[in-house]
Ligand binder design. Structure first.
Ligand code: ADP
Ligand code: ZN
Length: 522
């Protein structure tokens, strides 16, 4: 869309230049800014590093009145407010860490009409006092950052975001604008609905990161695999994500033992030590930071050359966000994910304590299916975020680079699996089919006389886990699909053709532990 009129687009370009020193807008920033200027509710989905903050900060400066920015984390708020103030813009936050005097000062700035940006956490904003106070002053619009937190279909649901729905009712003249890096199509719809956005413009940026090379490795010797990646990037900045604090400590030690300058970062460390390690990484006093996912929110280091996940993240959204911290400067960078069936079990244990975890389990399974799949990683990621991927071979992932260890006769193997799906009348899910092929002695299976099928035990030497993985891979490549509540497997047209011997398929070899060539530290 074209900017609404020349005066406004002139203004915003000038603001971009004068306040930030930037010459041009990034993709969708101008369109997103137009929504705010025109007072049209909107949802802007841009990947991490896409420049979402400017989408509300630039029009917040251009428009009269106060912009209220809702943000979930105090640390993020403080960074953004500091950056605005450093650029000469009147901005402040309110939160529980402030004294009464400080809060009074902010209130005075708002009453005088001087303040341009107020950052606030949802639970604070929704207090009756805050709402009443704001409704007596001129609020031009609300910017909801990390808007996926409102959806329990997302990966980071925060119940306090739900209350934001009342903003449209209490402030009928203010527009509401939502921003997120992580929203699949259902989450997108949910955000617009939960916020009660009216006739919202939905802008979705390009999620592909062509300068990133993705590799997804089955875990063999995790720490050795991490060291191997670090050794490929001597002297370069890297981030290693681990699932647990214990893993962080262990991986850091092994990296150090292999002469990689690495430091740890996790919530269990004391604040000063953690801060010091983060500073050291940002100021290039060390090359690698080994962290739990807590690291990176609000970190803006552009020359990270590689991101390793030493364990599978719990969703594709998390993966996109965390791996996206590599190569923000646009230069070639590497993202390596090391996964195992064990990670799946670990996460399920963690999640089983959560009350409504159906969505969380589905996100987890999607991540595992992608990692163990044999479809181009760029394509898988982009399509997951609801976009088309036009390139046939990206040339920048383990699949397209031919690095996967593939089984030698995938057609015959696939035919065995597809036949078994047919033998159980396309009425069972992947786990059951895998059990039949692996020759499970489970009583349910025997009661159904599935041990009498010709395909029973046909792949017993491969084991159930391997068969399960191949089924996922056949689903990923469109030979099988899952339907209904029970995720019943059935054959697609290409699936039937493959049974007849027509078509190409890719299946990876089953896991075999590899021996390590690096020392394991002490
Ligand atoms: P996001 O919130 O989408 O992850 P940020 O708003 O933090 O991204 O922006 C990432 C970085 O890009 C910041 O350093 C920001 O100043 C910079 N940036 C944003 N827009 C532009 C632009 N139009 N030109 C140059 N740099 C930009
Ligand atoms: Zn590829």
């Amino acid at each position: 869309t074209e900017p609404k009129n020349d005066t406004q687009s002139g203004d915003v370009n000038q603001i971009l230049k004068e306040v930030w020193g930037y010459d041009a807008f990034r993709p969708l920033q101008a369109e997103s800014i137009d929504c705010v200027l025109g007072g049209r509710d909107s949802l802007t989905v841009l990947p991490t590093g896409g420049g979402k903050s400017l989408c509300f900060q630039v029009p917040g400066i251009a428009k009269p009145g106060l912009a209220v920015v809702v943000s979930p984390l105090i640390s993020l708020m403080k960074d953004q407010v500091d950056a605005l103030v450093a650029n000469g813009i009147s901005a402040a936050f309110v939160n529980s860490t402030q004294t009464d005097d400080e809060k009074q000062h902010v209130a005075t700035l708002i009453r005088s009409g001087e303040l341009k940006f107020l950052y606030v956490a949802p639970e604070r904003l929704l207090q009756q006092r805050t709402i009443d106070f704001l409704s007596r002053n001129q609020v031009s619009f609300f910017a909801i950052d990390e808007a996926h937190c409102i959806s329990n279909w997302g990966h980071d649901f925060r119940p306090e975001y739900r209350g934001l729905r009342m903003l449209k009712q209490r402030f009928p003249t203010a527009s509401v604008h939502a921003y997120t890096a992580t929203a699949s199509e259902p989450v997108r719809r949910d955000i617009a609905e939960q916020l009660g956005l009216q006739d919202a413009e939905i802008l979705v940026g390009d999620f592909d990161r062509p300068n990133l090379t993705y590799r997804m490795l089955r875990s063999a010797n995790r720490t050795a695999q991490v060291v191997e990646v670090a050794k490929r990037h001597p002297g370069e900045s890297g981030v290693v994500y681990c699932i647990s604090r214990k893993e962080v400590e262990r991986v850091t030690e092994v990296l150090k033992a292999n002469k990689v300058s690495a430091r740890a970062y996790h919530a269990g460390m004391d604040d000063s030590k953690r801060q010091a390690n983060q500073e050291a990484f940002i100021r290039e006093k060390c090359d690698v930071i080994v962290a739990t996912v807590a690291f990176g929110m609000g970190i803006d280091k552009s020359n990270v050359r590689y991101v390793v996940h030493a364990g599978m993240p719990k969703s594709i959204e998390h993966y996109q966000q965390e791996s996206g911290r590599a190569g923000r400067d646009g230069l070639e960078s590497e993202c390596v994910l090391i996964y195992s069936g064990g990670d799946l079990v670990t996460w399920k244990k963690i999640m089983s304590g959560e009350s409504d975890n159906t969505a969380a389990f589905a996100s987890l399974e999607a991540m595992h299916t992608l990692a163990s799949g044999t479809v181009c990683r760029h394509r898988s990621l982009v399509e997951y975020f609801g976009q088309e991927y036009a390139t046939d071979s990206c040339g920048a992932c383990d699949v397209c680079l031919g690095e996967l260890e593939l089984v030698e006769d995938p057609v015959v193997l696939s035919q065995k699996i597809l036949s078994c799906v047919v033998r159980v009348n396309q009425r069972f899910g992947a786990t059951h089919v895998a059990k039949v092929l692996a020759g499970s002695k489970e009583s349910r299976l025997i009661e159904m006389r599935h041990d009498k099928l010709s395909t029973f035990g046909l792949l017993s030497s491969e084991g159930q886990a391997a068969v399960r993985m191949w089924i996922d891979q056949l689903v990923g490549q469109g030979f099988l699909y899952r339907t209904g509540e029970y995720q019943t497997l059935s054959l697609s047209e290409p699936g039937w053709e493959l049974i007849r011997g027509d078509g190409e398929v890719r299946l990876t070899t089953a896991a075999k532990p590899k021996s390590s060539t690096y020392s394991r530290g002490s």
